[in-house]
Ligand binder design. Structure first.
Ligand SMILES: NC(=O)c1ccc[n+]([C@@H]2O[C@H](COP(=O)([O-])OP(=O)(O)OC[C@H]3O[C@@H](n4cnc5c(N)ncnc54)[C@H](O)[C@@H]3O)[C@@H](O)[C@H]2O)c1
Ligand SMILES: O=P(O)(O)OC[C@H](O)CO
Length: 333
């Protein structure tokens, strides 16, 4: 049994708590709002994010950060990517020196262009053997309902990845290890932006050819950036890459795909954001990833055009016309 702190009682933090508890661990779940923690402990349900789903009694919620983090061997970080830095700066002094820090987040920080594991390393001083990522085709509601799914546990230290694999392996959740943290993490952040573009196709009423084209070319540009940054190209063909891309781009449950659909139907990004309390990471990470690509001299036309759409510099129809009319080129180079 591993004493585990999950920092963030939103959809994925709560759903992943079920996984870790099912795998036989003690789970303390940190929630930002005290009243929600009280409801979770009384009803064993998170009505705001996963209504109707019973949590195991071994998941205990609290608003008290010091109590949650005390003696935690594994600390899971599940707040929105753009909010990690401010929260982790507060939590860092409360962490055990040997705690393993696991990111569930799929975003790239605005301004610094850092991946979440880079932010974690910078703030806590932890080495790569203490920092990991869980990513893959893992829509929170389906995982919480214990529908079968596979995932990736990525850590540069294969031994730690193996330890975490056992820590979260259940009858319905099957994690694979990977030592390619860059590729695993970049896949998760970028697929959110590609899902926005697929959602735009939905909003414009386009069918499966358009969406398959965006998914496939989206994977090509993600791989291009990842390889330039030192990732293993095979990671993009795996669960973190293709797997998550397919799940997110095809699911009505995806917040990013749905956000894009509303953009395609004519709403502005500000109007869509106003309608939901849940995070659609791609709406922010489109900017940081587009800038990251530019810094690395990599062409990412879909990400770049989503950035212009989200920032109201282009309409959905103009986005499609601009992508289709780009200079013709070979598929593979
Ligand atoms: N929902 C999924 O299916 C899913 C699956 C895999 C990965 N993820 C990733 O997990 C991360 C968290 O997503 P989620 O789905 O749990 O989001 P969510 O919107 O459902 O919940 C976000 C949580 O963060 C909290 N929060 C918001 N602002 C905060 C702040 N300033 N400080 C501290 N806490 C704050 C909210 O109260 C909430 O508990 C994202 O990076 C997302 O891409 C989500
Ligand atoms: O709902 P989304 O779009 O944030 O996607 C959720 C997960 O990342 C899917 O793996």
């Amino acid at each position: 049994m591993v004493t585990t702190a999950v920092m963030g009682a939103g959809s994925w933090g709560t759903a992943f708590s079920i996984v870790v508890a099912d795998a036989g661990n003690e789970v303390r779940l940190w929630g930002r709002r005290e009243e929600l923690c009280e409801v979770i402990n009384r009803t064993h349900e998170n009505p705001d994010y996963l209504p109707g789903i019973q949590l195991p009694e071994t998941v205990v919620a609290s608003h008290d950060e010091a109590e949650i983090l005390r003696d935690a061997q594994v600390v899971v970080l599940a707040v929105p990517s753009q909010q990690l830095r401010e929260n982790l700066t507060r939590w860092a002094p409360m962490l055990r020196d040997d705690a393993v820090l696991v990111s569930l987040m799929k975003g790239v920080e605005l301004g610094t262009h850092k991946r979440m594991t880079e932010v974690i390393a910078e703030i806590t001083g932890a080495g790569p053997e203490r920092i990991a990522v869980v990513t893959g085709p893992n829509l929170a509601k389906e995982i919480a309902r214990r529908e079968p799914a596979a995932s990736v546990v990525a850590c540069e230290d294969a031994g730690v990845a193996g330890f975490l694999q056992k820590w979260c392996h259940t009858e319905s959740f099957r994690p694979y290890t990977n030592t390619d943290v860059i590729g695993s993490e970049l896949s998760g952040a970028t697929k959110n932006v590609i899902a926005l573009a697929v959602g735009v196709c939905d909003g414009l009423g386009y069918g499966d050819n358009s969406k398959a084209s965006v998914i496939t070319r989206g994977l090509a540009e993600t791989t291009r950036l990842g390889v330039r940054m030192g990732a293993d190209p095979m990671t993009f063909a795996g669960l973190a890459g293709l797997g998550d891309l397919v799940a997110t781009c095809s699911s009505p449950l995806s917040r990013n795909r749905t956000f894009g659909q509303k953009l395609g139907e004519g709403m502005s990004a500000a109007q869509v954001a106003e309608q939901t309390r849940q995070v659609a990471e791609g709406a922010k990470s489109c900017t940081s990833i587009a800038e990251l690509a530019s810094l690395h001299g990599v062409d990412m036309p879909i990400v770049e055009h989503v950035r212009t759409l989200v920032n109201d510099e282009m309409t959905p129809d103009e986005l499609v016309a601009a992508l289709i009319s780009r200079e013709a080129k070979p598929e593979i180079r």
